[in-house]
Design a protein around this ligand. Structure first.
Ligand code: FAD
Ligand code: NAP
Length: 452
């Protein structure tokens, strides 16, 4: 999409906001900014067109969150960029409702995102931001065929594949991170395959491999967790994906945050129940109904600690945490479903050195999603999807992206343009919130008691 040439360009005034990366996070922000025409913004994406995790778009994969937690609905349900608007515009609302999905196909949600990304103004594709500099009162973003200046910057470059050091020397067609699974699995003809990582990505890779097991003789799936742990998708636990939880979480000390995060990890990073059922039933059918000769081993509580070449194959050294023993696995191909991690993009260059990092190596974020940096306060640097440790588990998911975008818009404007106040929730997290919630008033507390 081309960006209209405006009077601002002619005057060479900086934008109010430039965004690096157009994934769901910055796309949500771009949608909300439509309702604030006085903010001049532009977002840049290195891909030629919007594409949501194309490397993991295997057949049958599903969304792990509600479609109502789309780009806009939680804060601006009247926006034309809601998932429901997409269904109506594509004449499939009734069909969608009749399909009665327990989880929306990821392919459908990706099409919704791409439809929005094609319609919203101010998005520029095929623009890899190579370098960002802070000069005088603005940021200067450089790309191959030009540059752009902006008073504020929002980094929405997502999380990067996490490849363990032991695997780095072997990356290629038969040793790859799951983010390349779709294209790599297509041509993979390995007899012995090891999948490392027991999260949802590992599960989806195993499910895909079991769907087409012809060339495979051995499949080993390793989880470092105690078992192949399911996602905790129950109401009280899911309350961590709410603004009121974030508000309470922000008040915790560093130690308390680490403990709270550990406690809620499976609300986000567990395996979907449908994936677990699908894998288990497929293994059952292969073993008991099809008399398949595939030797499939599921090995939880294991940690791969080393990898070596062994002729044309690999040897993996694995620690078994049940008994502390060392196991050796032989593989012709290794899929690394070892997770993702936020890192500041290389494009920030020397600017990155001016940003303070916390003990997890993530940027130190203020409550309003600005990064702490040594530059002027009037030039704000926002980060999306970088607050897993500082703001809680929901920050690396889609669930609160609209709310986070609303907070960013409010900070930019210096006023509450969007109502980002927490709901009157059933779970009362913090005492301070409890003392002011209307349901406590209804429960018989008097104004006098509350104010005392
Ligand atoms: C396979 C998969 C499925 C997921 N499914 C769900 C789900 O169902 N529910 C849920 O809540 N969460 C899900 N998540 C977690 C999370 O919501 C997604 O990762 C989401 O895509 C994060 O959005 P983002 O915009 O922050 O980052 P990304 O989607 O990663 O987008 C970042 C964009 O920035 C671009 N970029 C990077 N560097 C530059 C640069 N220098 N210049 C220009 N552009 C750049 C990239 O090309 C990319 O398009 C999933 C994660 C994965 C990996
Ligand atoms: N359908 C969907 O919606 C969908 C699909 C894919 C991903 N996602 C989301 O995206 C996020 C990332 O998921 P993910 O599965 O890619 O990552 P993940 O949940 O972080 O899982 C990666 C796993 O690999 C393990 N691991 C890392 N190094 C290892 C080693 N050397 N040996 C053994 N195990 C090792 C990790 O162990 P530790 O736990 O000990 O660190 C972790 O359990 C999650 O929030 C997930 O829900 C969603």
């Amino acid at each position: 999409m081309t960006v209209a040439f405006t009077r601002r360009d002619a005057l060479n005034e900086p934008l109010d906001l430039a965004g690096i990366g157009i994934g769901p996070s910055n796309l949500s922000l771009a949608c909300l900014l439509e309702s604030v025409p006085e903010v001049r913004s532009r977002f840049f994406e290195r891909r030629g067109a919007f594409d949501w995790h194309p490397g993991m778009m295997m057949p049958g994969v599903e969304l792990q969150s509600s479609f109502l937690k789309d780009l806009v609905t939680p804060v601006l349900p009247t926006s034309r960029w809601s998932f429901v608007s997409y269904l109506v515009a594509h004449k499939r609302l009734y069909a969608f409702l009749n399909a009665n999905y327990e989880a929306v196909p990821r392919q459908e949600f990706a099409r919704y995102l791409a439809w929005v990304a094609n319609g919203v103004d101010g998005l520029r594709y095929a623009t890899d931001i190579r370098d960002v500099e802070h000069r005088d009162d603005r940021f200067v973003l450089r790309f191959d065929d030009g540059q752009e200046e902006a008073k504020n910057l929002v980094v929405g470059t997502g999380a990067s594949p996490l490849v363990p050091d032991w695997a780095k020397p072997f990356l290629g067609p038969d040793c790859f991170h799951n983010s390349e699974a779709k294209s790599r699995l297509k041509d993979l003809r390995a007899a012995r395959i090891v999948v490392v990582g027991g999260g949802q990505s590992g599960g989806e890779v195993v499910e895909a491999l079991l769907g087409n097991p012809d060339a495979m003789k051995e499949l080993t799936w390793i989880s470092r967790r105690h078992n192949f742990e399911p996602i905790n998708d129950t109401p009280f636990s899911n309350q961590v994906f709410s603004p009121e939880y974030v508000q309470a979480y922000l008040k915790l000390s560093g130690e308390q945050k680490q403990a709270a995060l550990k406690n809620s990890i499976l609300t986000s990073d567990g395996l979907s129940i449908s994936t677990i059922h699908s894998i288990y039933r497929r293994l059952y059918a292969l073993r008991y109904l099809d008399q398949s000769t595939l030797n499939a081993s599921l090995s939880p509580n294991r940690d791969v600690i080393q990898m070596e070449r062994n002729g044309n194959a690999y040897r993996l050294i694995v620690r078994n945490h049940f008994d502390g023993g060392i196991e050796v696995l032989h593989a012709d191909a290794v899929v690394l479903a070892t997770g993702y991690r936020f890192r500041l993009p290389d494009a920030l260059g020397s600017l990155g050195e001016r940003i303070s990092l916390d003990r997890n190596g993530y940027p130190t974020l203020n409550d309003d999603y600005t990064m702490q940096w040594t530059g002027p306060r009037s030039n704000r640097l926002f980060a999306q999807n970088a607050g897993r440790y500082s703001h809680g588990i929901a920050d690396s998911q889609l669930s609160l992206m609209a709310w986070r975008s609303a907070k960013i818009v409010n900070t930019l404007l210096g006023r509450q343009h969007f109502d980002a106040e927490p709901d009157n929730a059933q779970l009362v997290w913090a005492t301070e919130a409890a003392s002011t919630t209307p349901h406590q008033l209804r429960a018989g507390y008097s104004d006098g008691l509350l104010s005392s």
